[in-house]
Design a protein around this ligand. Structure first.
Ligand code: SF4
Length: 218
């Protein structure tokens, strides 16, 4: 998109809001940081994860958009993920489990509330399981497009903004893939089954949150 004279005001607003959300995340025990660009977010991820470490990456468009899997592999990290289309069903099941046991768990977040909570909805439950408990270090990366005023708004965001394009991407036959918004369905294909609200960093585990001043993921 062509730059306009209004871009600077948008950038400043994102930074002011991002830093306010970081303060609230920090008060809940998250190691939070605001960075203006996806490039800087990737740099921060690579600063946290040492060369050669194992990294589990669940279904996350954000993490792919910042280019983390390729860069981590270049640095000798073992990237564990179930998105490889060449996997057999058995290998995919194994990969889902391996992701959870990696030394680092690197994921996006469907929403981040202004007062510092992380809201995620899952179909299989693997992603929210890895976010809820683990012995590994947890790293969230979220674009400022994920920030919402309240938990209710966060849930609405996931169902109306994130899930329809995700269902389209994965060719899942949900009602929202046809209408473009949530129908609160009872379809067998429903992907909104497990809801996790992290009100704080869970005990005994380092949890980083990197907020990015760009739109990332759905
Ligand atoms: S509840 Fe159903 S229609 Fe609504 S977002 Fe989830 S899958 Fe789509």
């Amino acid at each position: 998109m062509t730059a306009t004279p209004f871009d600077e005001a948008r950038r400043k607003h994102r930074q002011i809001l991002g830093e306010a959300v970081v303060k609230n995340l920090s008060s809940r025990g998250f190691e939070a940081l605001y960075v203006p660009t996806a490039e800087e977010a990737l740099r921060e991820v690579l600063r946290i994860i040492p060369e050669g470490a194992s990294v589990g990456i669940p279904g996350s468009v954000t993490i792919r958009e910042i280019g983390a899997p390729e860069k981590l592999r270049e640095r000798g990290c073992t990237v564990l993920h179930h998105w490889d289309p060449g996997l057999t069903p058995e290998e995919r099941t194994q990969a889902l489990q391996d992701e959870l046991l990696a030394e680092y768990y690197l994921t996006g977040s469907n929403a981040v509330t202004r007062d510092g909570m992380l809201v995620n909805i899952d179909g299989n439950g693997n992603r929210v399981s890895g976010m809820a408990w683990g012995k590994n270090t947890l790293i969230f990366v979220a674009g400022m497009n994920k920030v919402t005023a309240t938990v209710d708004e966060a849930i609405s965001r996931v169902r109306n903004t994130a899930t329809p394009p995700n269902a389209l991407r994965l060719h899942i036959d949900t009602p929202c893939a046809k209408t473009g918004y949530c129908m609160d369905c009872s379809s067998d294909a429903r992907v909104c089954k497990a809801l996790l609200i992290l009100e704080g960093a869970t005990g005994g585990r380092k949890t980083h949150v990197i907020l990015v001043g760009e739109d990332l993921g759905f």
